[in-house]
Design a protein around this ligand. Sequence first.
Ligand SMILES: N[C@@H](CCC(=O)N[C@@H](CS)C(=O)NCC(=O)O)C(=O)O
Length: 161
Amino acid sequence: MSTAGQKSINYRTNCTGKALETVNSHQDEAEITMFGANFCPFVQRVWVALEHKKIPYRYVECDPYKKPKELLDLNPKGLVPALKLSNGRSLAESTVIMEYLEEAYSPPNTSDGQHPLLLPPLSDPYGRARTRLQVDQINRTFVPAFYRFLQAQVCAEAGLE
Ligand SMILES: N[C@@H](CCC(=O)N[C@@H](CS)C(=O)NCC(=O)O)C(=O)O
């Protein structure tokens, strides 16, 4: 556990359970390194996408409230998720990262069938639009509630609520 800034919110600094097993199986060097924090729903959606699309990646748990230099080098705002890519490139912002992963790991950039798609194919624009509507709904309703739930859990464990 650690304490965030002046708010005195306690939060976990490592994953547990199945998430920790997944972290431990993604410690080898890979073309993508994701800097994440276990309590962050924005990290979790990128993480789910990496797993779903079967993209090789390394996971680095980091504390975005302490803003380590290696995180600031990737994202000057010091927010997670942040991706370290090859040739000194980096990316931040979960929605931008999701679009990058979908485009970089789909035909014609990768061979057909290697990486499952997040959206229906380009040949189905209506299906893609309907999926984006669902994503928008989840962004507006589920994500803020889930974030509050994750934080409340940690506060309760720390005896703060
Ligand atoms: N819009 C960003 C939000 C990322 C974000 O707010 N991450 C939080 C953790 S859940 C963070 O890094 N907070 C550190 C801080 O606010 O200093 C995204 O979608 O990636």
